[in-house]
Design a protein around this ligand. Structure first.
Ligand SMILES: [Zn+2]
Length: 263
């Protein structure tokens, strides 16, 4: 078992512990389990999953970025949005910096020998786990292929990188959309906000309150209206040594964005 296991609710676990990898979630119903995101692909996820559940399981990727979908290749079939496929296929190109040379070449070798089936899902698709239903809400923005998942019985929103607090919300990736399009997604999630009591992101080690969603919406609205443009800030190391972008903040939320990709 390479990763730590944290139980965040009865039958809901987080697998965590490979450097630069996202949080990986496991939701168990009475008949099936659902794995949300697969990490970097530098360390096989399958044995870690099978150490914590005896149930048959499905795998879903919140989007195609290398730190979330790199481990897809360890499974025969992965659900994702159609728009996430391109990023998921490019994981070795974009993951090299995150993985480091050694793990990257190992992942490359494994990926060359293994293919997996992509099954595309969109708004309203439900994973019926037996006594638990997890619903897809598409929320393009951070990446064009982003989806969130609502675990209706546990009242949890799993949002991938659509919203994060431990680091800024990154609207500066190659597949990021405009702030206007991102705000549409956040408002869509707000319309569902009576369906969950907590938010677990792709990188935070604790639950965020539902009010975080309102802060993100207000921050994005401020960028669009021009009232909250923010100061220039250094981007995380994966974007290079000398990369800067404006960083807008509101309440608990911070969004880094490209001025040419507001609307
Ligand atoms: Zn991402």
């Amino acid at each position: 078992m390479v990763r730590d296991v944290l139980e965040i609710a009865p039958g809901v676990k987080m697998l965590h512990g490979v450097e630069n990898e996202c949080n990986i979630y496991l939701v168990e119903g009475s008949r099936r389990a659902l794995i949300i995101d697969t990490g970097l692909g530098t360390v096989d996820l399958k044995p870690d999953v099978e150490a914590v559940t005896n149930l048959p399981y499905d795998v879903v990727a919140t989007h195609g970025h290398a730190d979330h979908a790199g481990g897809n290749m360890f499974f025969p079939k992965v659900y994702m949005s159609a728009d996430a496929a391109e990023d998921a296929d490019a994981f070795l190109d974009t993951g090299k910096i995150l993985m480091g040379e050694g793990p990257w070449s190992v992942a490359k070798e494994y990926a060359a020998a293994h293919t997996y089936e992509k099954v595309f899902v969109d708004d309203g698709h439900c994973f019926d786990l037996g006594g638990k239903t997890v619903e897809v809400v598409s929320c393009p923005g951070h990446a064009k292929g982003c989806i969130s998942l609502i675990d209706h019985e546990d009242r949890i929103l799993f949002c991938g990188d659509c919203m994060v607090k431990v680091m800024d919300i990154l609207m500066v990736t190659d597949s990021s959309l405009t702030i206007v399009e991102f705000l549409d997604s956040i408002e869509k999630l707000l319309a569902h906000s009576d369906e969950f009591d907590s938010i677990w992101t792709g990188h935070d080690m604790q639950a965020l309150p539902v009010s975080f969603l309102s802060d993100v919406a207000e921050c994005a609205r401020g960028i669009v209206s021009g009232e909250r443009m923010g100061e220039s800030a250094k981007l995380p190391w994966v974007f290079g040594d000398d990369a800067y972008a404006p960083r807008a903040t509101y309440g608990q939320a911070a969004i880094v964005y490209l001025p040419e990709k507001i609307r």
